[in-house]
Structures are given as structure tokens and as C-alpha cells.
Design a protein around this ligand. Structure first.
Ligand SMILES: Cc1ncc(COP(=O)(O)O)c(C=O)c1O
Length: 345
């Protein structure tokens, strides 16, 4: 392994800032953003609001904070949030829905993480005095643990319209929103048009070192600013980080189709149906090898490839701009030979 470059497919969060981002960071004009005086943060927030067709947006340290604030804005203690059964908000955010917003998550089983209104409607609970009433729906698009899967645009619109008719809000966990844009050909503005709030991350496939954005109407974002401060997310000369985010928004979306093609290529090489790979995430099952995930990952690491265990016997690979087509071919070769391993009789 020593002479091989390590191919890190654990997540698209491992990307390092590009030279253009580092230059922009070094030269960023800054001020105290808690006083609303950082011109680079303001520029980023205005640019994102414009791209998404929303009135306002807010720069945040992380996607978890964006989802936490989104849920808090749309709920009161004792209410329910409908999500799919593998949602990031349910499994990977330290139960902030309960801890910060005092709400129950109502998970709905889905095949691939993609909810339909017909899945949601039966679990909506009324304000009759017995159940915890439903307040909002969370849409994760693309869906991480579903394998980077996408909602059809009509599905998003139908969920938003039907939810609004029932008095429910819709938050989109769009951590990888620009992967959805690249894969679907829809604009970001169209995808999020009917949502009440949307969060996306600058620090995943877009490659910025830190940061996520939350967007919505101006009054909602003014309230979001207060929750950001409560959660300790008021940053001072944050323009240094926002500057990298501005470069990421300009430079990175054009590279995402390459990441998607690399994910398809790996899927094909390890015996999955490439047609099922919609963005930059590949999830596969290792049960047939008889290896525990930790052992499988250790053997892969010894071949110079890093991947992640995501529950049960499932392993996840995520492509990004720091791994090339050649890297992906090499990684897929290593995985394919490990998958040949048969459990002892
Ligand atoms: C779908 C989804 N939502 C939210 C997040 C949270 O982002 P962060 O790690 O910046 O808190 C992630 C992170 O992987 C994610 O995949």
C-alpha cells in the first residue's frame, strides 16, 4: 500500500479547497458577521438566494445546523416531522429533531429513500387531542442512504402542494442539491421553488472547506438567524469561509457530472446495475463475503482504498473531484476481488 496514493471514497466531505478557493480566502474582504458587517458573507447569502429564487439565505457552519434550524422554524415542541426511514435527520444528526425542537420523527418506509405523497398522507396526524400532530415533511434530495437517489420533480411539487393544503411545511435536506441539479437538468430554483426552506452544503461535492446554506422567505430567515446564534453558529470574520463558498458555487457544479459518471463506472465494475446510480453515491452489500464490515474495510484499506460502513452489511462509496476515473477503476478492481471472497462452508 505504501507506494500507492490513498483513494478516499468515504465521503465527498473529504475534498480539500482548490487553489482558487485558497486564493479567494486569502484575499477575502471581511467584517463581523454577527453584526451583519461581513461583505463576503453578505455576497454569498445574496448570491444563493438569487440562485434558489428565495428571498433570503443564511450561511451556516454545517448541514446539521441547517436541518436543525429548518425543523425548528416549522414546528413546535410535541409535534411530528414526517421523513423517510433512512433520513439523515433521523439517523445521523444526533437526534436534534428531538433534542432541539422537541419533536418526534415519523419515519416512513421507502425502497430508495424517495417519498411519495401516498406514503405521507396515511401517517399525517390531526390535532384531535390524542396524537402528536404532524407539522412538517422532510424531503432529502438526493437521498444519501438511498444511494444518492433523486425525487422526480413532479414528486417534489406534489408533496409540497398537498402538504401545504394540509397546513404542513416542507423542508428540503438538499445537502447535495447541486448533484441533483447536475443529474436531473432541472435548475436549483425549480427544484426548491415550492419548499418552505432548503438547506444545501458547500462542503460536500462543491468542495468548499466549511459551510452550508439555509434559504427561505425573508421573515423566516430573520428568525433562522436567531436560532443560528442560539446554536453557537454566529461566526465573526466568516467571509474567509464564504469566499471559498462563492468560488465553489461558480467552479464546482460543472465537475459534478464527472463524479456521477465515475460512480456509475464503479457500480458497473463491482456488479451493480449502473442505471440505478443517479448521482455520486454507490452502496453495496457485502453479506455474501461473510466478512464483517470492519474487516472488509480494513482489507480494502490495505489496497489503498477507503470506504465507509453505513449499517448492516452495507458499504458506501462516494465520488468527488479529488478522485479521478483511474482512481475509481483501481478502487473498483480492489472491491471486486474482495467481493469474490466466499464465506467458509
Ligand atoms: C443528506 C445529508 N444531510 C445533512 C448532512 C449534514 O451535513 P454536515 O455534515 O455538514 O452537518 C449530510 C452530511 O453528510 C447529509 O449527507
Amino acid at each position: 500500500m505504501s507506494d500507492l496514493r490513498v483513494i478516499d471514497l468515504r465521503s465527498d466531505t473529504v475534498t480539500r479547497p482548490t487553489p482558487a478557493m485558497r486564493r479567494a480566502m486569502a484575499e477575502a474582504e471581511v467584517g463581523d458577521d454577527v453584526y451583519g458587517e461581513d461583505p463576503t458573507v453578505r455576497r454569498l447569502e445574496e448570491r444563493v438566494a438569487e440562485m434558489l429564487g428565495k428571498e433570503a439565505s443564511l450561511f451556516l457552519p454545517s448541514g446539521t445546523m441547517g436541518n436543525t434550524i429548518g425543523i425548528k422554524l416549522h414546528t413546535r415542541h410535541g409535534e411530528e416531522v414526517v421523513c423517510d426511514h433512512r433520513a439523515h435527520i433521523l439517523d445521523w444528526e444526533m437526534s436534534m429533531t428531538a433534542w432541539f425542537s422537541g419533536c418526534l420523527a415519523r419515519p416512513v418506509p421507502t425502497e430508495d429513500g424517495v417519498l411519495r405523497w401516498s406514503d405521507i398522507e396515511p401517517v399525517i396526524r390531526p390535532r384531535t387531542g390524542f396524537p402528536a400532530p404532524t407539522a412538517m415533511v422532510n424531503i432529502e434530495h438526493p437521498h444519501n442512504m438511498g444511494g444518492g437517489t433523486l425525487y422526480p420533480i413532479e414528486g417534489i411539487e406534489a408533496i409540497c402542494d398537498r402538504a401545504h393544503e394540509r397546513g404542513l411545511k416542507v423542508h428540503m435536506d438538499g445537502a447535495r442539491l447541486f448533484n441533483a441539479v447536475a443529474a436531473s437538468g432541472e435548475t436549483a430554483a425549480r427544484i426548491v421553488a415550492r419548499t418552505d426552506t432548503v438547506m444545501f452544503c458547500l462542503s460536500k461535492g462543491l468542495g468548499a472547506p466549511v459551510g452550508s446554506m439555509l434559504a427561505g422567505d425573508a421573515a423566516t430567515m430573520a428568525e433562522a438567524r436567531l436560532y443560528r446564534k442560539r446554536l453557537g453558529g454566529g461566526m465573526r470574520q466568516a467571509g474567509i469561509l464564504a469566499a471559498a463558498g462563492l468560488v465553489a458555487l461558480e467552479d464546482s457544479p460543472g465537475h459534478l457530472p464527472e463524479d456521477h459518471a465515475n460512480a456509475k463506472l464503479m457500480a458497473e465494475r463491482i456488479g451493480l446495475d449502473p442505471a440505478k446510480i443517479q448521482t455520486n453515491i454507490v452502496i453495496f452489500d457485502i453479506a455474501r463475503t461473510g466478512l464483517a464490515p470492519a474487516e472488509f474495510l480494513a482489507r480494502l484499506k490495505s489496497c489503498g482504498v477507503l470506504a465507509g460502513a453505513v449499517g448492516g452489511s452495507r458499504i458506501r462509496l462516494v465520488t468527488h473531484y479529488d478522485v479521478s476515473r483511474e482512481d475509481c477503476l483501481r478502487a473498483a478492481g480492489a472491491i471486486a476481488s474482495l467481493l469474490e471472497i466466499r464465506p467458509p462452508a
